[in-house]
Design a protein around this ligand. Sequence first.
Ligand SMILES: NC(=O)c1ccc[n+]([C@@H]2O[C@H](COP(=O)([O-])OP(=O)(O)OC[C@H]3O[C@@H](n4cnc5c(N)ncnc54)[C@H](O)[C@@H]3O)[C@@H](O)[C@H]2O)c1
Length: 339
Amino acid sequence: MRYLITGTAGFIGFHLARRLLEAGHEVTGFDGMTPYYNLRLKAARHAALTQFPAFEPVIGMLEDRAQLARTLSRFTPDVIIHLAAQAGVRFSLENPKAYVDSNLIGSWNILELAREISVGHLMMASTSSVYGANPEVPFRESDGTDQPLSFYASTKKSMEVMAHSYAHLHRLPISAFRFFTVYGPWGRPDMALFKFVKAILEDREIEIYGQGQMSRDFTYIDDLIDGIVALSAVVPSEQHRIEVAGITDSLSRQAPYRVVNIGGGQPVALLDFVDTVEKVLGKPAKRKLLPMQNGDVPRTYASTDLLMALTGAMPSTTLEDGVTTFIQWYLDHRGELQL
Ligand SMILES: NC(=O)c1ccc[n+]([C@@H]2O[C@H](COP(=O)([O-])OP(=O)(O)OC[C@H]3O[C@@H](n4cnc5c(N)ncnc54)[C@H](O)[C@@H]3O)[C@@H](O)[C@H]2O)c1
């Protein structure tokens, strides 16, 4: 199969592309190498993918529709997996424009081009942040998501609703997935695990927001990739609604459009998370407890019932195993990549 993946120099796009290339597929990776974090890390991810002859990297911005169109005219994909985005809750307070450009304009360009080539399946990355302060746990795809707390979440929710209208108007099959705090080797330097490990090793304080009372549903990268790959074969169609007792299929009644959580399904309190990091590193953290930051949600907790019913995929990596794999990777690469 031929896949166009956006965001292949990013954490998730890199892992997804590598998995598909290893399975013998062709992948074109589109990424703007934005300076949001360490560009050495992004370049190293693309360099690793370039080892596969079936990988073609394209450096460009999503906002540049002409370049995206040229890419698609050379390589007509069976599936588009749109992961490139301006991510991060906190940075959306500082630089909201980056989110409008990448997540709204950029995602709209992807929708337009997917429509033009009538792609067989468009998959788009959304986030657990769209659930805001949802008091119901676990978070189900059918829960309300129209009260986001961060501008990041509001741009992702907007992407979801733009996608629904394109799916309806142009009969374009679209799956939107909501990821829950993904972690693992080659991870993102702005996320908690990366920051905590780096600070502990450098004898600096770690900043724990929400006085440590927040919890997150951590998802190990390999489990997430299993979910994405399995879902790529489940093309939404109004004729195929799943009928399983106790599970509400999020499939739209007006469009070949479905939203699916991909999360670990086992939320962990932040202080327990820090305990695990300390245990694996064999070194205590200097803990600095701080109030919740503006835009943060108190908890995330995925219902994985729909993912399971659609694909049989079930996240299974324990937090301790996942943290161990991350730390091993970090120690092996921190010198070369200046992490
Ligand atoms: N990592 C997580 O825990 C998590 C959780 C929920 C949702 N997501 C979503 O998953 C997707 C991938 O996340 P990630 O963790 O791999 O992030 P990442 O920042 O590592 O990767 C995103 C990539 O997109 C590229 N990019 C950003 N804006 C661009 C633009 N306008 N044009 C072209 N390229 C651009 C960046 O250069 C980067 O390589 C994102 O859509 C993110 O919002 C991630």
